[in-house]
Design a protein around this ligand. Structure first.
Ligand SMILES: NC(=O)c1ccc[n+]([C@@H]2O[C@H](COP(=O)([O-])OP(=O)(O)OC[C@H]3O[C@@H](n4cnc5c(N)ncnc54)[C@H](OP(=O)(O)O)[C@@H]3O)[C@@H](O)[C@H]2O)c1
Length: 246
């Protein structure tokens, strides 16, 4: 039996991963801001499998909120093996509305840092553990249609790399998984049409496999792996002249 914490489990990718991990015998502490949804998921997946906790990663006390959920989950299900941050927001913002940009930074950069640092300190104290996060392919290159989203996703990629190297420097047995999906049919993409849209259930299946094998990085799916491979080869002076809008 394995035990994990999933932050951002109330909908979309996090919800599907929670369902599939419970099917595989995992016990989970799940979190998000919509407590009514957390209660519904707990009823669906069983109180003997799920602990719930309110976490707003953008709040200044989200570190304490995560610690409380970790403590309750440990009391019910034992040692925590995995802390997985799926939570995040994102939208296109070609008009560069400042509130959208700042809120995205507050959640995907500041909130993300709080969750990752709390997880790192926790596993440092425990002696070992696994930290995973859903970032995005949007961090591969700067995307003009969604500046804060794209930049904060690159921030997440780099932050995880920093923590992985820090674990090496400090001789810590902490593993890291950076999940980078392309477009997934969830509430995050409620407006607009998107190419190569993937189903959350399929994406969750790949994520569960990556988590169980503690894979360091995963682009989902193979088509996006090819696309981002070629994106990386494009020189910046050409990239900035491309009209990529979604
Ligand atoms: N959909 C895509 O195409 C796509 C592609 C690549 C990467 N991603 C990434 O995948 C992750 C999950 O997104 P999704 O597509 O599954 O969309 P979603 O259905 O909107 O899920 C977002 C999740 O994040 C949680 N969340 C948002 N802000 C939060 C906050 N301040 N504190 C705590 N939880 C918060 C939400 O819970 P509450 O609202 O209950 O707080 C929800 O559970 C995001 O990080 C997103 O950037 C998505």
């Amino acid at each position: 039996m394995k035990t994990g914490i999933i932050i951002g489990a109330t909908s979309g990718i996090g919800l599907e991963v929670s369902r599939q991990l419970v099917q595989k015998g995992w016990k989970l502490g799940i979190a998000g801001r919509r407590v009514e949804l957390l209660e519904k998921i707990q009823a669906e997946l069983g109180k003997n499998n799920i602990e719930i906790g309110f976490i707003d990663i953008a709040a200044e006390n989200s570190e304490d909120q995560l610690k409380k959920l970790i403590q309750r989950t440990e009391e019910n299900f034992g040692k925590i093996d995995l802390i997985f941050n799926v939570s995040g927001i994102g939208s296109q913002n070609k008009d560069l509305k400042l509130d959208i940009e700042l809120n995205t930074v507050k959640t995907n950069a500041l909130g993300f840092t709080r969750m990752m640092d709390t997880a790192f300190q926790y596993f440092t104290e425990k002696g070992s553990g696994h930290i995973a996060a859903v970032s995005s392919i949007a961090g591969t290159k700067g995307l003009g249609a969604a500046p804060a989203y794209s930049a904060t996703k690159r921030f997440q990629n780099t932050y995880l790399q920093c923590l992985a190297q820090l674990a090496t420097i400090r001789n810590l047995d902490i593993k890291f998984t950076d999940i980078r999906p392309g477009f997934v049919d969830t509430d995050l993409l409620k407006t607009g049409t998107y190419p190569l849209l993937m189903k959350p259930t399929d994406v969750a299946k790949s994520i569960v496999k990556a988590i169980e094998s503690k894979k360091r990085k995963l682009v989902i799916d193979w088509k996006y792996a090819i696309i981002t491979f070629f994106w990386r080869l494009i020189p910046d002076c050409i990239w900035e002249r491309l009209k990529i809008s979604n």
